[in-house]
Design a binder for this molecule. Sequence first.
Ligand SMILES: [Zn+2]
Length: 192
Amino acid sequence: MAEQPLHHLSAGHRRATPALFLDIDGTVREGRDDALGRFVNGPDDVRVFPAAVEMMRRWRAGGGRVVGVSNQGGIALGHVTPDQVAAAMVETQRQTGGLFDQIAWCCHHPDAEHPELARCWCRKPGVGLVIAASLTMSHHFGEYYPPYMGLMVGDRPEDQECAARAGLDFQWAAQWRAQADPDPAPPDPPAS
Ligand SMILES: [Zn+2]
């Protein structure tokens, strides 16, 4: 890209690094609207899209970080347990071959009875997951993540709104995965 990172803004010589923020259900793995037909409840439900893995691999090959940011309000509503959600994330990471640098999720839902479960700063379209994950990675890797270098991919309006609030470019999941071209057209037959 044309812009050069503004190194003088960064204390301690941290590297400006592109970060890819990925919604999980319906983006990286099949969700309710895909072949699964329901929410992912546990590790047995996890089916990662091969095209998503390929796109993640390309981003990592370019020197970027890959972060999952997922609303898991079923925890607050009592539909799934925190352990089930965590196990499904571990399985998601396993099926990608370990391409995630981090996966962060919100366990709250506005319809929950207790205010501790109903109110939060992390549920998308809030930007809390994006910021918290970025700070954690910055501390761990000695990098920083200028929004202009980053990208958010998702399949819901709240993902698009979260990207806008965070200053990130946004791409719809289906279009993002289509770039992987996992099933290229066969080559032309040799001329005879
Ligand atoms: Zn939350």
